[in-house]
Ligand binder design. Structure first.
Ligand code: FEO
Length: 157
């Protein structure tokens, strides 16, 4: 379980890195609002990593940080970015599910309880990503049309 939780620290830090890379791409497209949303999402992913980090220590384990894979740096469009945000969140939901399966198998009740927060969080994460993806599709992924959504997402605090 400890090894799997350490892998999740890495996966959350990779998510943070990925969203930061997406934010950088949005900046090149002059989409400051999408970029701000993604920067804040990157911060949130780092907080997720730190929740795992703190839990491993609290549970008496050892944190072992590993190399973080480099994320891609280019996308075809803002639409493609958010298709990938949604796909990535579904992948993370799968990882959390895998951790939960392991905790159940090992009768690790404390970790099951800890992971409950992430199960709930992933429902929100997927819903937010899916909503933005859906709105981009409705707007037709056309730069001019996306400025309204860019403005809306820029309001995220
Ligand atoms: Fe840490 Fe977006 O899941």
């Amino acid at each position: 379980m400890e090894e799997a939780l350490n892998k999740q620290v890495n996966a959350e830090l990779y998510s943070s890195y990925l969203y930061l890379s997406m934010a950088a791409y949005c900046e090149t497209q002059l989409m400051k609002g999408f970029a701000k949303w993604l920067r804040l999402q990157a911060d949130e992913e780092r907080e997720h990593a730190m929740k795992f980090f703190d839990y491993i220590i609290e549970a008496g384990g050892t944190v072992k940080l590993a190399k973080i894979e480099a994320p891609k740096t280019g996308w075809k469009s803002i639409g493609e970015v958010f298709d990938e945000v949604y796909e990535h969140e579904m992948k993370v939901t799968g990882l959390i599910g895998g951790l939960m399966d392991l905790a159940i198998k090992e009768k690790d009740y404390a970790t099951r309880n800890f992971l409950g927060w992430f199960v709930k969080e992933q429902v929100e994460e997927e819903a937010h990503a899916s909503e933005i993806q859906g709105k981009i599709k409705m707007l037709g992924d056309v730069v001019g049309h996306l400025f309204w959504l860019d403005h809306e997402l820029g309001k995220r605090e």
